[in-house]
Design a protein around this ligand. Structure first.
Ligand code: 5AD
Ligand code: SF4
Length: 465
């Protein structure tokens, strides 16, 4: 059979994303920004004309991954060059922001270095690199609003669960964290822009929207008449978008969990009962050294209020072990807080000294062996809690949003309100639907059940204000 002629203008783009959900969102928007230039996505880096590595700088391990990946991409570039084809390599994201020009010194095959606040200029940077044959670096924080310069979310079918960045950057300067340096000062997008994006995503098939921000609950967008919008107000407004059935937000800081936001867990049925609220350490001494500006008791007071508003809430957190100066006693306080918090999920990290952050220069860095031992003990506590939380679902009927294929043929996968992956037997026609599932079993990282098909579970739609 004759092959359709290849479009000579069509170019291939491969994006590899490291790190957090905001990077995933940024990667989607970069692909959409390059589509009008003729770039179509490919899963295969070896056949790409442009390879973008969207990088993470949060811990040393994440940052180092970029260089091993760059080694692989360079080999592909050399292979393609021998075949007479060129490949542009771009490093985007937080390593690009943190290291800038240095990346090119360490990895000369790189053509473009673009920070997270400059990727709306990507098409121009690609053109510049192609025309000049020289490396280009864009890591300043431009005065213009990146979101206003990005093309609208492109048409096409969406996955049932979508991200929308609503807030970026951070002014809190925890002493271990690179975010204030890589993502810059705290910035909130305008509510009108976010509502429009959510409506568009909903019209394209998204049923669930997760609002993203490094400090999402510090969101303070300016309404049309300049009136301030809190995250709670934004969520209430987004709940009125009929096609959107579920809302989530991440990541929050305990200091910014105000009463209005907490009460939404009781009042807004579309807001899912899941809260990711990092506490980092259970020791007040360490929290102070981290510049977290809250105590362990403050955190517990917040989660008590959240539980009162929504008793079935699934709580998730981030915890760092081995922060400089952390003693066995401090670590015991972390273990004790984790035990009292009854977590459904937790992300645990060994402290990693990051260049340019205050804690990297603190005395009393904790030896690797102690970090390792503490992480192991904490993870085993958390695993037990997570399993208990998952096992408590057995025998319950949960509304599951189906997102795609399962692990076996004939199986589909979705998420419970508590963000647990749920596997059932069923046809892919259910993808994008919310259906009731009777939970029969809990394995270490997922639930299995039986779909009660025949009707769709509809969360009540709020009346317009
Ligand atoms: N070392 C270890 N973990 C860190 N995190 C942030 N910076 C560091 C660091 N230097 C963790 C925090 C944060 C999560 C995203 O990553 O727990 O909440
Ligand atoms: Fe980093 Fe979060 Fe602290 Fe901001 S609040 S400095 S993003 S850990």
């Amino acid at each position: 059979m004759a092959q359709p002629p290849e479009n000579p203008l069509a170019k291939k783009l491969h994006i590899k994303t490291f790190g957090c959900q905001m990077n995933q969102y940024d990667s989607e928007r970069m692909a959409e920004a390059l589509a009008p230039e003729g770039y179509a996505l490919t899963g295969d880096a070896a056949e790409a004309d442009l390879v973008i590595l969207n990088t993470c700088h949060i811990r040393e391990k994440a940052a180092e991954k970029v260089y091993s990946e760059l080694g692989r991409v360079r080999l592909a570039k050399e292979r393609r060059r021998r075949e007479g084809r060129d490949t542009l390599i771009a490093v985007a994201g937080c390593v690009a922001q943190a290291e800038g020009q240095e990346i090119m010194a360490r990895a000369p095959a790189v053509d473009i270095v673009v920070g997270p606040q400059s990727y709306h200029r990507l098409a121009a940077l690609v053109a510049e690199a192609l025309a000049s044959g020289k490396g280009v670096v864009a890591t300043d924080f431009p005065a213009e609003d990146k979101f206003a310069h990005l093309p609208e979310r492109s048409p096409g079918k969406r996955r049932p669960s979508a991200f929308v960045t609503v807030q970026e950057g951070c002014d809190k300067f925890c002493t271990f964290c690179v975010v204030p340096y890589t993502r810059g000062a705290e910035y909130s997008r305008a509510p009108s822009e976010i509502i429009e994006e959510a409506e568009r995503l909903g019209a394209q098939g998204a049923r669930e929207i997760t609002l993203l921000g490094q400090n999402v609950n510090a969101y303070h967008g300016a309404g049309p008449n300049g009136s301030p919008w809190t995250l709670a107000r934004l969520l209430r407004r987004l709940a009125q978008v009929p096609s959107i059935a579920r809302l989530r937000y991440t990541t929050s800081h305990p200091l910014d969990m105000d009463e209005e936001l907490i009460s939404l867990f009781a009042d807004e049925p579309k807001l899912m009962p899941y809260l990711h609220l990092p506490f980092q350490s259970g020791s007040d001494r360490i929290l102070k050294a981290m510049n977290r500006r809250n105590t362990a008791a403050d955190y517990e007071a917040v989660i008590a209020k959240v539980r009162k508003a929504r008793p079935d809430i699934a709580l998730s957190t981030d915890i760092i072990v081995g922060f400089p100066g952390e003693t066995d006693r401090d670590f015991e306080a972390t273990m004790a807080l984790a035990a009292r918090a009854r977590l459904a999920q937790a992300f645990t990290f060994k402290y990693s000294a990051r260049p340019g952050t205050p804690a990297a220069g603190f005395p009393d860095q904790v030896p690797e062996a102690a970090k390792h031992e503490r992480l192991r003990a904490l993870q085993s506590l958390i695993d037990g809690q997570r399993r208990a939380f998952d096992r408590a679902m057995i025998g319950r009927r949960l509304p599951v949003l189906f997102e795609g294929k399962g692990r076996k043929p004939g199986q589909i996968a979705g998420r419970s309100p508590y963000l647990q992956p749920v596997y059932v037997e069923g046809s892919e026609a259910h993808v994008g639907q919310i259906a009731p599932v009777d939970i029969l079993a809990a394995s270490p990282n997922s639930l299995n059940g039986v779909m009660k098909s025949g009707f769709e579970w509809r969360e009540p739609v709020q009346a317009a204000e």
